[in-house]
Ligand binder design. Structure first.
Ligand code: TPP
Ligand code: MG
Length: 561
């Protein structure tokens, strides 16, 4: 027989789930949970400097490992601050568990100090959420939260725990089993066989793969199927790394900032095998004109994704890894030499990188030079903006979970705390965060957390003195009205980083060279490198928002560059 408070039950259940790191910030409404955490020998607490930082640290852990990350916030402002990180996890299907403090049950609905309706506000941005009404409920709710976060299509779960529930003591006989993912759903055989013959008939198929492949651990099956049936593979931003960049069948990213050859190949394909993707507008452009001549096979674990934006000829609802594995032995091998030759021809005609873009003072050259300085198992994190797209375009990603980036929500401020989370999960690996001067300022306070935790992150600022991606759109579509997108103050980021206790370097100081920093990048302590980038360096090619992918502008062989 056990007698325990709700707060202690929470911490013990988290320990039983195997949780070893929690990021958060304490406050009045979650102090009992913090007091129980104080007594834990198994869980390390990471004190973030803003709850959004805590949420993204938990996400960094979850994205790097595939296992759920946990974060804590107090009621009211703590909860509202963490909501952005939860919404971000929701759009990218990342399993995190967020436990918020709430005012005591008797005060709910009275506009008590630091009371907001966290449950209500989190409904649209969580996979599931709970408002716990008794300590006993925790024995059911906490394992259920983990099961839900990790089963099927993963996602964030929020548990709001009133302070009176945290302090309530109950007796109970037995601990519940930890929450584990449910068995995966397998697609129907009849549909699978139809998909196999559709593929066998196709002359110009393309595999279009995304984050679902990463979540299901299906990268090896993508590769095997692609190699056997000679299918070129394009990935979304979330899918980068699932097929190595060096692979001859890799087409890179599709969509708004894809290589021209990739979008043109999609125009010509006769069969689109969409696997673990959701036809996001950044990938498809104007959906009615996406892959105009193609039949569509759509594989996804989440039935609500099928036919949501693009009607499929054959939906295959189930775990994508299982679906691809079942398909692999059944499909005909080879026979698509002409299609592969056509694609090589497009790629030669429209290279993404060429000429002076390889100078290390230019974005592509800088990113490629850094990729050669870091170890192969380094984890790459980005923020949101031009620097994110340049990284997605040219970094040689070789494995799933190598790139951590905010895809669906596109949240500036994601990079630094997510990089800290990744480093906490894999302390022996190098973690490089490519950020922008705008994005870094959204969660710059987490520099303190990185120093305090001695997280081995290298922060590389591509500093163009502007909200670059916004400024680019103003240049192209708003008559060059560069309004509210150019910073008037030149910030000395290295001085700020040093103020937080971090090593810092400036490639703009006239004496520091990138090559001289290889020791600093390898150093396990956190460091920051400021790299001046010309304000007019833009990201090309680009599909104008709302246009069809074939209407992309810029890139080599075009008047824009
Ligand atoms: C929280 C948030 N606010 C606003 C935006 C809109 N936005 C997208 S990119 C961008 C500019 C990013 O600037 P910076 O981080 O310096 O990157 P750059 O594009 O200059 O490389 C803005 C404001 C956003 N994505 N996220
Ligand atoms: Mg910028």
């Amino acid at each position: 027989m056990y007698a325990m408070t709700g707060a202690t039950i929470i911490i013990k259940l988290l320990e039983r789930q195997g949780i070893t790191t929690i990021a958060g910030i304490p406050g009045g409404a979650n102090l009992p949970i913090y007091d129980a955490l104080f007594a834990s020998q198994k869980i390390r607490h990471v004190l973030a400097r803003h709850e959004q930082g805590a949420g993204f640290i938990a996400q960094g852990i979850a994205r790097a490992t595939g296992l759920p990350g946990v974060c804590f916030a107090t009621s009211g402002p703590g909860a509202t601050n963490i909501l952005t990180a939860i919404a971000d996890a929701y759009l990218d299907s990342i399993p995190i568990i967020c436990i918020t403090g709430q005012v005591p049950l008797s005060m709910i609905g009275t506009d008590a100090f630091q009371e907001v309706d966290t449950y209500g506000m989190s409904i649209p941005v969580t996979k599931h959420n709970f408002l716990v009404r008794s300590a006993r409920e925790l024995l059911r709710v906490i394992p259920a939260a983990f099961r839900i976060a990790c089963s099927g299509r993963p996602g964030p779960v929020l548990i709001d725990v009133p302070k009176s529930v945290q302090t309530e003591t109950i007796d109970f006989e037995q601990w519940p089993e930890p929450g584990r993912p449910e068995d995966v759903v397998i697609c129907e055989d009849a549909a699978l066989l139809r998909a196999v013959s559709m593929l066998d008939e196709s002359q110009r198929p393309i595999l279009y793969i995304g984050g679902g492949i990463v979540h299901s651990g299906a990268a090896q099956w993508v590769r095997k199927l692609a190699e056997k049936a000679e299918i070129p593979v394009t990935t979304t931003l979330m899918g980068l790394g699932t097929i190595p960049v060096s692979h001859p069948l890799d087409l890179g990213m599709l969509g708004m900032h894809a290589a021209r050859s990739t979008n043109l190949a999609l125009e010509e394909c006769d069969l689109l095998i969409a696997a673990g993707v959701r036809f996001d507008d950044r990938a498809t452009g104007k959906i009615s004109e996406f892959c105009p001549g193609a039949r569509v096979i759509h594989m996804d674990i989440d039935p609500s994704e099928v036919d949501k934006l693009k009607t499929s000829h054959i939906p295959l609802i189930g775990d994508v890894g299982e679906t691809l594995a079942k398909m692999y032995p059944l499909v005909k091998s080879g026979g698509r030499g002409r299609w592969l030759a056509r694609i090589r021809d497009l790629q030669e005609r429209y290279p993404l990188v060429s000429g002076d873009s390889l100078s290390p003072r230019k974005p592509f050259g800088l990113i490629l030079a850094i990729s050669e300085m870091v170890e192969r198992d380094a984890i790459i994190v980005t923020d949101v903006g031009k620097h994110q797209m340049w990284t997605a375009q040219v970094y040689p990603f070789m494995r799933p979970r190598q790139l951590l980036t905010s895809g669906g929500l596109g949240t500036m401020g994601f990079g630094l705390p997510a990089a800290i989370g990744a480093s906490l999960a894999f302390p022996e690996r190098q973690v490089v965060c490519f950020t922008g001067d705008g994005s870094l300022q959204m969660n710059i306070q987490e520099l303190a957390t990185a120093v305090e935790q001695q997280a081995g992150v290298t922060i590389v600022i591509l500093n163009n003195g502007s909200l670059g991606l916004v400024r680019q759109q103003q240049g192209l579509f708003y008559e060059r009205h560069h309004f509210a997108s150019e910073y008037q103050v030149n910030i000395d980021f290295p001085a700020i980083a040093r103020g937080f206790g971090m090593q810092a370097y400036d490639l703009g100081d006239g004496k520091t060279s990138l090559q001289s920093l290889s020791g600093a990048i390898r150093d396990p302590r956190p460091c920051l490198i400021n790299v001046p980038i010309h304000i007019d360096e833009d990201v090309y090619p680009m599909v104008p928002p709302g246009a069809a992918n074939k209407e992309m502008i810029g890139g080599y062989n075009e008047e824009y560059v």
